[in-house]
Design a protein around this ligand. Sequence first.
Ligand code: CMX
Length: 436
Amino acid sequence: MNKLKEVLYSKIEAHRPRTRRLAKEYGDVVVDQVHARQIVGGMRGIKCLISDISYLDPYEGIRYRGYTLPEVFEKLPKPDGAEMPYVEGLYYLLLTGDIPTREQVEDLIIDMNNRRIIPKYVWDVIDSFPSESHPMAILSAAVMSLERESLFNIKYRQGMKKTDYWDPTYEDATNLLAKIPLIGAYIYRKLYHPEGAHRYPDPTLDLGANFAYMMGKDKPYDDVSRMYFIIHADHEAGNVSAHTGHLIASSLSDVYYAVSGMINGLAGPLHGLANQEVLRWLHGLMEKFGDKVPGEEELRAYVWDTLNSGQVIPGYGHAVLRRTDPRYMVQREFCLKHLPDDPLFKYVDALYKVVPDVLKEHGKAKNPWPNVDAQSGVVQWHYGVREYDFYTVLFAIGRSIGVLSNIIWDRALGYPIERPKSITTDMLEEMVGIKK
Ligand code: CMX
């Protein structure tokens, strides 16, 4: 057993009695009520899932294992000379709840580097897609194709105790996490830079630096990748991508099925695809005004035009958050430090001063503040990743860290197959007292 797995196992053993006790002794305690509006409104806010990996407070934003994002960036070990921490360190934190030492992270990096080999059929799957395909569709299919490598399935067929499910799930999850950045980078090169030779991973590099290397990007893109994957890693369990991954895995489908499903959910414009939509929307604005950022009145008019045509303002609003997303702030601070004069950043910053007031006036969005997606494309654009269809792939690589950590713990704690109850419209009308 490697060192992370040993620590994880001791945490699992310590945690199991808590879950058993909740189910056995407190099973009848009422923790939430369900209102009709939640049933017809996307189950918003119903407390019915457990995740110890992260928690999202509407005003404070995300905490990973109790740590805010600034704390995560400050406490996790960093490569020499780097501004951003090792992504592998975040995986360690999400799995165990402990901030790892540099030595523990280096041990994990070696372990993950040994898992990077990708079977040729995965490259063939990617190569077989037409070049007009969306990179999220290709990513989903490439991850799906790896399914035949699942150790969980082999062990399950051999007959495995339920308490052991977490072990091959950990192996599958760590294998996939080691491979998915390589798959993402290969998709990027194939779709947008087919002229250049494919770069094989460099075994001396950590996940962030290796991703930059495979993308063909120089420093500080390694730090950009680390920052990007860390801020997108998890957002508690109820969002579409995290919940989809958990739901699929609850039937004991392996992590390849689950993460492929997670990717499909993330590919919608109301969720992860919003980062691509933001760039498309910003370019519409820049085509009108060029590099000189227009005044507030012109910006307000552009925002109103979008709203009046029945579209949402991409990158603004959130189902849970009720203030500016701290993931937006992390990136904003990065931009202020590294690219304050970038024309696109100037637009984004000018819109930050205008959009919330317009959305308040519009009176629909419960949260008029920007989310992570309003800012993330700007950083990518600045460092030369200008093919904005690709941005959600980056989100997916990051999100897989949290989703895979959650699935390992779901298996460790023996959560059952998920099965909420549906009712008919007739039934709901009757329940609320509508007479026919
Ligand atoms: N622009 C215009 N209208 C918006 C809006 C926005 N940015 N955000 C919410 N609204 C509207 C909703 O469409 C809804 O309108 P209807 O009553 O006509 O259906 C109304 O305001 C109420 O919505 P809400 O309760 O505030 O928001 P939801 O929880 O239903 O949806 C979200 C949340 C993120 C889908 C929504 O705010 C949105 O569409 N934002 C733009 C897309 C976006 O940035 N998505 C990325 C979110 C982060 C991520 O997952 O990556």
